[in-house]
Ligand binder design. Structure first.
Ligand SMILES: [Zn+2]
Length: 318
């Protein structure tokens, strides 16, 4: 297993900005204390990789700093060279985590989950859609033909849903708050919506139905799991009411369902906006430690013995 960190590529934000940039370095520190040998720094996603999903004109505008102000306001970050580098490394981390997963059963990005990025615009702190690009890169490299995206961030994966709306090779599953951002929802292949205040039991029961349904329909070679920390009851933007134990049970359900079907998984951390950054880090770290428990080094042989998948005939829409 490999764990990819991107916190070396910080994003300069004005004071008081609500994006919790501090969580990434703290999470990497916690992971380094238990699995330093597994940590790696990913390559930046290339413009060609990004353009498998995104409008090449959008990719060029992001990289050149020529996005209009209203497009940047929708993203929520000021433009800088560092913002471009961080966004590219974050996508690179999910690509690398997918490759690691296909070799060893599981790969982890300590960032990612930028699911509000659409084909030709970003939004909600998301510049490029890491899971969508990684899915397309795995398909173009012939590593996986069918992919399941399990999006358990509290906000709907609207960008991902829209990108794959007409593509049966990538199944999008999203469990999210019904009355929360984004207020105009897209249609994922399977959406499960929760009322404000939904707690552990109702959430976990719904997940226990949704996961096997999605797996049966998707028949995936690879899953990408967005393990958002923002369904937590202490989250400022989440509006649901899951406990830390409930979120750990959620992660266990996902890993167990995928392992039972021998589906390798790439994990991205996605959102988390609790007042106390340590709460966010606790939740993400619990996801990482559970993955370390479930996917030990012994699984490398088992997964590498699987035959390579032929390159997909599917041609990405670009
Ligand atoms: Zn979120």
């Amino acid at each position: 297993m490999q764990i990819y960190s991107t916190d070396h590529f910080g994003l300069p934000l004005p004071p008081g900005h609500r994006f919790p940039m501090a969580k990434y370095a703290r999470l990497r520190d916690r992971v380094a204390a238990v699995a330093a040998d597994l940590l790696a720094i990913p390559e930046a996603a290339t413009p060609a990789q990004l353009s498998l999903v995104h409008d090449p004109a959008y990719v060029t505008a992001v990289m050149a700093g020529t996005l209009p102000q209203r497009a940047l306001r929708r993203i929520g970050f000021p433009w800088s060279e560092a913002m471009v580098e961080r966004s590219r490394r974050s996508v690179g981390a999910t690509i690398a985590a997918c490759r690691a997963a296909l070799g060893a059963g599981c790969g982890i990005s300590l960032a990612g989950g930028t699911h509000h990025a659409h084909r030709d615009f970003g939004g909600g702190f998301c510049v490029f859609n890491d899971a969508a690009v990684a899915a397309r890169v795995m398909q173009t490299e012939g590593r996986a033909a069918r992919i399941l995206i399990v999006d358990l961030d509290v906000h709907q994966g609207d960008g991902t849903a829209a990108i794959f709306a007409d593509d049966a090779s990538v199944f999008t599953l999203s469990l999210h708050g019904r009355d929360n951002f984004p207020f105009r929802k897209e249609s994922s292949r399977l959406d499960v919506e929760f009322a404000d205040g939904t707690g552990d039991d109702a959430y976990l029961s719904a997940l226990a139905v949704a996961l096997p349904t999605a797996l049966a329909a998707a028949r995936p070679d690879l899953a990408i799991y967005l393990a958002g920390a923002d369904p937590f009851h202490g989250d400022r933007l989440g509006r649901l009411s899951l406990s830390k134990a409930g979120l750990a049970a959620r992660d266990a359900q996902v890993f167990d369902a995928l392992r039972a079907r021998d589906v390798p998984v790439a994990v991205a951390m996605a959102g988390g906006y609790a007042d106390a950054v340590d709460d966010i880090v606790d939740i993400h770290f619990a996801t990482v430690t559970l993955a370390l428990e479930r996917y030990g080094a012994t699984r490398v042989l088992e997964f590498s013995a699987k035959p390579r998948i032929r390159p997909a005939l599917h041609v990405p829409r670009v």
